[in-house]
Design a protein around this ligand. Structure first.
Ligand code: CO
Length: 465
């Protein structure tokens, strides 16, 4: 049987899922050359949450992180997660911004762009695929996996075909909440292997306790690449342990991986993890609620805390039941950034108001109106009526690179940061996280009170990709 190659996730999703994306570059650099020598097909090390947290919490330039990691990792490909038209942010960006972002990311070291859209709207990922191809990177068009009456094998097969036809060099199956069951994975991957010619990568989470079996069945079905995280950063909200998967698929005498080297990497990260214990989630073992109510663990823990702050902890059960109800009303969208935040906030409003859709948040209106992309199923007719009746500000047109550059120039001038103005990566920070990067470029290293409050909120846990 053909063996899948392995992507190591500890630098991005592993630490994002377990310590709220707080790992600093200085805790990564000492182990990078060892990681580079293990034999992984790629190291995932960048994405929306890592980019955001660098600027918001860690006082780090995300581009510096990319450059430093690239300088240590010579043999293994670097991989990032990209939210389609939203890039690493939360709103749609102009095509000129998408082009510049992918160009600079590729120049600075990203080899594989895993490109997804929360609604699985192909129109939201096509341009990013084209840009990645244009800059000779691996464009990985991605399925955001979910389960619902409309998300059947036929649906996934059509989406996968569309992704291949859009020019993607590989296909990613992104199961952010651990919903993909072993038998379904086997059937789906068998079908995809039969109908597609591009390699298939599987990314699943351990949240529901299915990931080890799902990954093994995917291997049996001939999947080309599996994502895992080193054992000291595995399981719970994260992924199957790298060493476990290797032990499952290889016999001792044909194992190309050095298990002792892997043990050293794991020991190193165990020490690092201890430093960030304040960001650990509360989950123990396995969270089965996701399979019943479709509520991702990370989303649940934040909603739990919000209810506690409002002194409404008794409403938790209602809230958990409200989420799948809203999801049905909005055509069974997958719950992943930014849809998980939007649905979570609306569910909270409905529960606090004791009435469904009495108050609507703006993002929820935009979502129902299709501003985030095409909704996979049918929107409930009564809800559509309510949304249509609400007045709606014109969506602000996203700026082109040239328009944003003018604003950036004024900012640089105002703070005597003329050198900054010449740098496209600094411009991108400014476009993507304007407030955070203004703070980043102008503040001293003193942490503000606001930062401390946000740190305590465990913001990163909420990000479900
Ligand atoms: Co993930």
């Amino acid at each position: 049987m053909k063996y899948p190659s392995i992507t190591e996730l500890v630098l991005r999703d592993g630490q994002q899922s377990l310590i709220a994306t707080r790992m600093r570059l200085s805790d990564m650099t000492p182990i990078l050359s060892k990681l580079d020598n293990i034999g992984f097909s790629s190291l995932e090390m960048w994405g929306g949450a890592t980019y955001d947290c660098c600027l918001r919490f860690l006082n780090e330039d995300p581009w510096e992180r990319l450059k430093v990691i690239k300088s240590h990792v010579k043999k293994t490909q670097l991989q990032m997660l990209l939210r389609g038209k939203n890039l690493v942010g939360y709103k749609k960006y102009d095509d000129t911004v998408i082009d510049l972002f992918i160009k600079k990311s590729s120049e600075n070291g990203i080899d594989i762009f895993r490109i997804f859209d929360a609604l699985n709207d192909i129109n939201n990922i096509v341009y990013s695929i084209e840009c990645a191809n244009k800059y000779n990177a691996n464009s990985q068009g991605t399925i955001s996996y979910t389960t619902s009456p409309i998300h059947n094998e036929k649906y996934w097969l059509k989406l996968a075909k569309d992704i291949e036809e859009a020019g993607a060099k590989s296909l990613g199956i992104k199961d952010m909440a651990g919903l993909l069951k072993p038998k379904s994975a086997y059937e789906l991957i068998k079908k995809l292997k039969k109908n597609l010619s591009i390699p298939i990568h599987l990314h699943t989470h351990a949240t529901t306790g299915l990931s080890d079996a799902t990954n093994f069945k995917a291997y049996e079905a001939g999947v080309d690449n599996i994502d895992t995280s080193i054992s000291s950063f595995s399981n719970l909200y994260a992924h199957t342990a790298t060493e476990s998967l290797i032990s499952m698929i290889y016999d001792d005498n044909d194992n190309p991986f050095d298990m002792n080297e892997l043990a050293e990497v794991s020991d190193y990260f165990q020490n690092i993890r201890n430093k960030y214990s304040q960001y650990e989630g509360s989950m123990k073992g396995v969270d089965i609620k996701m399979l019943i109510n479709q509520v991702p663990g990370g989303m649940l823990s934040i909603l739990e805390k919000q209810l506690l702050d409002l002194n409404k902890s008794d409403k938790l059960d209602d809230l958990v039941k409200e989420i799948p109800r809203i999801r049905k009303d909005v055509g069974y969208i997958p719950l992943v950034t930014p849809t998980s935040q939007i649905i979570g906030a609306q569910a909270l409003l409905n529960i606090l108001d004791n009435e469904r859709y009495k108050n609507l948040n703006k993002e929820f209106i935009d979502l129902v109106k299709g501003d985030y992309g095409k909704i996979p199923g049918d929107v409930d007719k009564a809800l559509l009526k309510i949304v249509d009746a609400k007045s709606h500000d014109q969506t602000i047109e996203s700026k082109t690179v040239d328009q944003a550059r003018l604003h950036f120039k004024d900012f640089c001038k105002e703070y005597n940061l003329e050198n900054l103005y010449k740098s496209d990566t600094d411009l991108l920070n400014y476009i993507l996280f304007t407030k955070e990067s203004k703070d980043f470029y102008t503040k001293s290293s003193v942490v503000s009170m606001n930062d401390l409050i946000e740190l305590q909120e465990g913001f990163g846990l909420y990000m479900s990709d």
